[in-house]
Design a binder for this molecule. Structure first.
Ligand code: ZN
Length: 254
């Protein structure tokens, strides 16, 4: 399911599900993934006034691993405080080991009392940030920052002509063949997923986290992975490396 789609096959005219409520269910829309030929139609979510685009016809499904097929990527913007979101703070927080990040959150909560209204929190997990990024075109903004400045995926690939640096989420697939190196505790992924132009080197410190992530990637070898890293050039051309301190920095998209 997708929160936006295109009216035309060339993907020039975007339409958000929230604007498409009055469209006929037979009207055909196109998947945000330009390599996917799914035929999308507007649907209401059960028990909700919200609408989404779904590939409702069995003959025209999403391609395998299309990031817009999964209902796990659903993002409900009403549940979160957009203004309070800082991409760099959120990413840096994922680098912290759990205890420290809990402490930071608790400290922040103390200063946030307001009129007894339930406090909306900013998005903070990697999955939440990823879902938000997938819920709108990459030239749209969230909390004052363009989506393409937060995520490297097939949609934003055109923008990353010189590489991928600083805090970024990368949507990647496993490097074909040898994708890990036990001696150096490194895992190798390729992104953007369509061209596989860049190699992303995940450098682990902790044996335990390295083992866990390596196993996870082995088990889901054909899936997409998302990684939150602080990227810099690695030794080789078109290679970028980040430390992975916490398993919260790497997730499988199912
Ligand atoms: Zn698709």
């Amino acid at each position: 399911m997708s929160a936006y789609a295109y009216r035309d096959r060339n993907r020039t005219e975007v339409i958000y599900a929230s604007e498409a409520m009055t469209e006929n269910i037979d009207t055909l829309f196109f998947c945000p993934n330009k390599d996917c030929n799914a035929h999308l139609h507007i649907c209401a979510v059960d028990g909700s006034r919200k609408a989404y685009f779904r590939a409702t016809h069995k003959q025209f499904p999403h391609i395998d691993n299309c990031p817009f097929a999964s209902s796990a990527n659903h993002f409900d913007s009403d549940k979160f405080n957009e203004e309070a979101f800082s991409f760099d703070d959120a990413i840096n927080n994922l680098f912290l080991v759990k205890k420290e990040s809990e402490r930071n959150r608790n400290q922040r909560n103390i200063g946030e009392h307001n009129n007894g209204e339930p406090n909306k929190q900013p998005i903070k997990t990697l999955r939440q940030i990823y879902s938000m990024c997938k819920s709108r075109p990459v030239t749209d903004m969230y909390a004052g920052k363009k989506i393409r400045d937060m995520i490297l995926d097939d949609r934003s690939a055109y923008y990353y002509t010189k590489g991928c640096f600083e805090n970024k989420i990368v949507e990647a697939r496993r490097q074909v063949g040898h994708f890990f190196e036990d001696e150096s505790k490194r895992v190798f992924l390729k992104a953007p997923t369509e061209s596989g132009k860049y190699t992303f080197v995940l450098q682990f410190d902790e044996e335990k986290i390295y083992g866990k992530i390596k196993t996870e990637i082995k088990k889901n070898r054909d899936k997409l992975f998302i990684v939150a890293g602080k990227w810099e050039s690695a030794e080789k051309y078109n290679h970028f490396i980040s430390n992975i301190y916490s398993d919260r920095q790497v997730k499988v998209i199912r």
